[in-house]
Write a protein that binds this ligand. Structure first.
Ligand SMILES: [Zn+2]
Length: 266
């Protein structure tokens, strides 16, 4: 498996002869950190599938454009799909409406959507961000941030048929509740989780790691891709790494460099 992190929760994954895009929001704001002008919605020339974890703009907003440009299907929750078909020019013929529990068989992989949960923004972050001139400017800038529908929040479990049935589990938001994961065995080889939205998102990251017991954890979304509403959360990644070393030494953590393809071998 080759994987390229494209900022926020956006990933390009290559397995067998398939190219998968996950939450491909590539229109980073100009003042994003790290600055990566080479990441933009025109950078992708080829892909076979798009999967969406939820319909917020920073996961979904470039999808109508990419679906049209690449002529490929997007797998997205029903409510998020309906709003995008109605108002955002998403081609209905290229949408697969998904509910948690659905699974799909492709040539190189099978994939199952499971129920996830959106993280709750912490009060301190909201207060810190909302009463700012720069926030006001962003909200009146004409950038369409709020008319997207979150829809059902999904996790995606990939079973890579050409790679010894290795399992890769991907989330786009990291909310947690005790009744969320009810099956007995969620063990996975690679767990890809966002660390964003709260200053203590690392706590939920540890809970997810304990439930999914991955060999490898790859964090995403900790870059500051849509300032001033988001934050750069590298300190949280350092914290997760430290806890893994102490409590779960068999689980490795890999921080991907933005826009650099990495071969993942387990
Ligand atoms: Zn979201």
């Amino acid at each position: 498996m080759k994987i390229r992190w494209l900022g926020t929760a956006a990933l390009e994954i290559k397995t067998g002869s398939s190219i998968i895009l996950m939450d491909p929001w590539l229109s980073r704001f100009k003042n994003a950190y790290p600055i990566k002008p080479e990441i933009n919605k025109d950078m992708i020339q080829k892909a076979d599938y798009i999967f969406i974890t939820h319909g917020h703009f920073d996961h979904f907003a470039d999808t109508p454009y990419l679906v049209k440009k690449l002529g490929i299907k997007v797998y997205v929750s029903t409510p998020a799909a309906e709003v995008a078909i109605e108002n955002k020019g998403l081609d209905e013929n290229l949408v697969v409406k998904v509910n948690s529990g659905d699974s799909f068989e492709m040539d190189d992989f099978t994939v199952k959507a499971i129920k996830g949960k959106h993280i709750t923004f912490d009060f301190g972050t909201i207060i810190r961000k909302i009463f700012r001139w720069s926030t006001y400017k962003l909200l009146v800038s004409g950038k369409d941030l709020i008319s997207w529908k979150k829809g059902e929040v999904l996790g995606w479990i990939f079973n890579l048929l050409k790679e010894d049935n290795k399992k890769v589990t991907i989330f786009g938001s990291l909310g947690f509740s005790k009744d969320l994961f009810k099956e007995e065995d969620y063990s996975t080889d690679v767990l890809i989780i966002p660390v964003a939205g709260r200053r203590d998102a690392w706590k939920n990251a540890i809970k997810y790691i304990e439930i999914f017991s991955p060999k490898l954890v790859i964090p995403t979304h900790f870059d500051d891709s849509f300032p001033p509403l988001s934050d750069y959360y590298m300190y949280q990644i350092d914290k997760i790494e430290k806890i893994l070393k102490e409590k779960h030494p068999d689980t490795k953590l890999q921080v991907l460099e933005l826009n650099k393809e990495m071969e993942i071998t387990l």
